[in-house]
Design a protein around this ligand. Structure first.
Ligand code: CTP
Ligand code: CA
Length: 229
């Protein structure tokens, strides 16, 4: 059933969405992770399904129930997420990378639990950089399909405002749209409400009024639909 007031304008379309935060294990009990709850990715999946799309949701460590009518593919690490997305990108009309992939993984994994040492010496964790999935999606694309959407959580700093950081990131990644959240002062993470600016590859900035993640999801699909051939 379509949501009241929303068109079934994704009927016949296939969309691929990633959600959640990946984990990189140090040993069998510990990991490097991040604060992504998966709520925005799940809201995008629900909204796309309500508008008629066939939806695949690659979900990294999300403790939420599967949205109705959506194919959910669970993953743990950034490399798992990368393989799951790249395997499913063909035939997709849009890919939305709402997940927060860990940028680094421990260079080595300890097969048994790392123990404290009697002499009090502290371990040093060496990190290796993970592949950039979004940039890879853009590079592997032929023509304008799929529409590729990235997300960024930014705080302003002495290098620029949230929007300036976002525009630079969009240019660096080469995606069509970048949804930028201002995460300074504990906003957004794990909350139902969000506040974002949608940036386009033409350099346009579309601020979205603060509101529920479900509403932002629909505004994102409005932009994606306009770019679909
Ligand atoms: N992303 C990705 N693969 C990665 C890291 C990020 O596909 N290894 C995607 C995210 O899903 C998101 C977008 O890229 O859609 C931006 O993520 P972000 O972490 O903001 O970008 P980074 O290039 O990792 O920059 P930063 O140094 O600010 O973390
Ligand atoms: Ca990152």
């Amino acid at each position: 059933a379509a949501l009241a007031g929303r068109p079934a304008d994704l009927t016949g379309r296939r969309v691929l969405i990633s959600a959640g935060g990946t984990r990189e294990y140090l040993d069998p009990v510990r990991f490097l992770g991040n604060r992504s709850s998966g709520l925005q990715g799940y809201a995008l999946a629900e909204a796309a399904a309500a508008r008629g799309a066939r939806v695949t949701l690659v979900a990294a460590n999300v403790g939420l129930p599967d949205p109705a009518g959506v194919e959910v593919v669970p993953v743990v690490t950034t490399e798992d997420l990368r393989l799951a997305v790249l395997e499913r990108v063909e035939g997709s009309d849009a890919v939305v990378m709402a997940a927060a992939p860990a940028d680094f993984r421990p260079t080595s994994y300890a097969a048994s639990k790392i123990k404290k040492r009697d002499d009090g010496a502290t371990p040093t964790i060496e990190l290796t950089e993970n592949a950039d999935i979004l940039a890879e999606l853009v590079r592997s694309r032929t023509g304008r399909t799929p529409v590729v959407v990235g997300f960024a959580a930014e705080t302003g700093d002495d290098q620029g405002t949230v929007v300036e950081h976002g525009l630079r990131k969009l240019a660096r990644k080469g995606c069509d749209l970048l949804v930028v959240n201002d995460v300074s002062a504990g906003k957004v993470f794990g909350r139902d409400d969000t506040e974002a600016v949608i940036l386009t590859d033409a350099g346009d900035t579309h601020p979205v009024a603060p509101g529920p993640k479900s509403e932002l999801a629909h505004v994102i699909w409005d932009h994606v639909v306009r770019r679909m051939g």
